[in-house]
Design a protein around this ligand. Sequence first.
Ligand SMILES: NC(=O)c1ccc[n+]([C@@H]2O[C@H](COP(=O)([O-])OP(=O)(O)OC[C@H]3O[C@@H](n4cnc5c(N)ncnc54)[C@H](OP(=O)(O)O)[C@@H]3O)[C@@H](O)[C@H]2O)c1
Length: 249
Amino acid sequence: MDVLVTGGTGRLGQRLVQPLQGAGHTVRLLSRRGTGPGGVRGDLAVGGPDLRQAAAGAEIIVHAASDPQGDPWQVDVAGTRRLVEAVDRERLRHLVYLSIVGVDRIPYGYYRAKFAAEQVLLASRLPVTLLRVTQFHDFIDFLLDSAKRGPVLPVPMGWRVQPVDVGEVAAHVTEVVAMPPSGGVVEFGGPEDLAAADLARAWAGARAPGTHVVATPVPGKLSAAVRDGAAVPSGGARGRRTYAEHLHA
Ligand SMILES: NC(=O)c1ccc[n+]([C@@H]2O[C@H](COP(=O)([O-])OP(=O)(O)OC[C@H]3O[C@@H](n4cnc5c(N)ncnc54)[C@H](OP(=O)(O)O)[C@@H]3O)[C@@H](O)[C@H]2O)c1
């Protein structure tokens, strides 16, 4: 099958090439620059002939492009609408959208945009699966490194997370594309439901020895939702690789 991966240069997109090719697919990686092997150019914030041409050839689309730091309403929501309009409905067999566990429950601007993109896809009547995934291990590393202030690492008290190995996400996506479209939400997460403070202590021990982790109460609805387990999957398959294994690899 011809598989178009949007977000082909991203953390997940790069890891998708090997398992998808291993399953016999031809893989094209869409990004704004469109460089590198298999690279095709297309800007979801703009649309136009590049995006139309890239999408029209696809039998399978793994939609993993996102712009959390920029304008997710333009890229994730309007961009998903542009993608829907660009596909060849006769040709497309399955569109798998990468979403995040908790986008329906955690009141956070980026998650609202991801949820709105899910609604665009559900309304499109395309053969879709909305695959909600938990945080990737290396994304957790990045967040903790960014949160560190000198020797102190403040972490929200009571937050629950279930991070996952990005390679296992890529392998799971490869399995999902070969399944019939679910027409709704499926979840995938890591093997362990962990307190953010424990995760941070493990990270500090392996990557920043001497760092003092301080669990800090965080008020508000967002924090309450994450304490309540909204970022932890309630169903679906699980990866096997633990965060500790990731840290010590
Ligand atoms: N990271 C996590 O922990 C995590 C957890 C759960 C779910 N997810 C979801 O999984 C997906 C992939 O995440 P990731 O961490 O791999 O993302 P990432 O590393 O931030 O990569 C984002 C990708 O989107 C592309 N992109 C951004 N703006 C674009 C535009 N206007 N037009 C076309 N492409 C554009 C980027 O390509 P260029 O900049 O090269 O154009 C890049 O390839 C996202 O939908 C994310 O919400 C991520």
